[in-house]
Design a protein around this ligand. Structure first.
Ligand code: UTP
Length: 295
């Protein structure tokens, strides 16, 4: 195995248009929509922090400046909270702030696809392995998905992709991996297929939006041609990298919510609200009543 530096950096591509969530995303980035009381992006950054990530790289775009502001001190607000002795709120805010110098922001000037967004991180990431977290997917489990991936990565090196099982009839909607030799917590990946035609998927393990990748992916993405949807696709780049390097799958056992889609976002709000001791008592019974009243 090539000796590499420790996994320290995570990339968050937040430059997409969020067309599935219009009209809200006309003025608010989808990553800033709130699940209970935190923006979606905060859940994903928290997952990276839990996994030991030390530097956070955001690939932003037009209209996404509010994400950069969110990860900064809000001076007037904090002065007002101080003058009103709102110490709990102050502690909450400071606990969420990345340390100075540990967040980087770069722009993908045109949304040319996820592969292109990842390539925009090349100078900041340099010649190190990096975590990639799609910020519209949020997870709920005993252990954070990225933390489990890092544990596997420390044994395997190479590239690691998180997967989950779907019903076989839904496999055509996802990126699907082929299953090889078993590993503790996952397996070796034998193949990757983006949205396989119905009935042809090599398994029902789908890629859920979390990756640990080696920096050789950048040179591949540099010359990657546009693929599906006329976008530069990350999967096309990973398929080329897989000819040179090993890919392992980490089998995440928990719930994933696609907050870039309306149904996933609503389910995330319900699930995370029910997990909260301060909120569950006032929402559980009304929710049950709403469901019971369904005809
Ligand atoms: P999606 O395809 O889910 O995001 O990309 P999107 O394009 O914003 O969404 P819709 O389909 O129009 O509703 C997955 C992730 O990759 C980022 C998105 O922000 C999202 O987090 N992305 C996608 C970029 O940063 N740049 C791109 O060019 C495309």
């Amino acid at each position: 195995m090539v000796q590499r530096n420790k996994l320290r950096k995570a990339v968050f591509p937040v430059a997409g248009l969020g067309t599935r969530f219009l009209p809200a995303t006309k003025a608010v980035p989808k990553e800033m929509l709130t699940v209970v009381d935190k923006p979606v992006i905060q859940y994903v950054v928290d997952e990276a922090v839990e996994a030991g990530i030390e530097h956070f790289v955001f690939i932003t775009g037009r209209g996404k400046g509010v994400i950069e502001d969110y990860f900064d001190i809000q001076f007037e607000l904090e002065q007002t909270l101080k003058s009103r002795n709102k110490n709990a709120e102050l502690t909450l805010l400071s606990g969420l702030l990345p340390k100075a110098g540990t967040a980087s922001f770069t722009r993908q000037q045109e949304p040319l696809g996820l592969g292109h967004a990842v390539w925009c991180a090349r100078d900041i990431v340099g010649n190190d392995p990096f975590a990639l977290l799609l910020p519209d997917m949020i997870m709920r489990g005993e252990k954070g998905c990225m933390k489990g991936m890092v544990e596997l990565y420390e044994k395997t090196g190479g590239n690691v992709i998180a997967v989950e099982e779907c019903a076989p009839e839904h496999a055509h909607k996802y990126g699907i991996v082929g299953v090889g030799q078993t590993l503790e917590g996952g397996f070796h990946i034998t193949e990757m297929v983006e949205k396989p035609a119905k009935g042809t998927a090599p398994s029902n393990f789908f890629i859920n939006g979390r990756y640990i990748l080696q920096p050789e992916i950048f040179a591949i993405l540099e010359t990657q041609e546009r693929g599906a949807g006329n976008e530069i696709q990350l999967t096309d780049g990973m398929l080329k990298l897989a000819k040179e390097q090993a890919f392992a799958a980490y089998h995440f056992k928990g719930d994933t919510f696609d907050c870039g889609a309306k149904d996933g976002f609503i389910l995330a709000n319900v699930a995370f609200a029910l997990d909260r001791a301060d909120i569950r008592p006032t929402v559980e019974e009304p929710l049950k009543a709403l469901l019971a009243a369904l005809k």
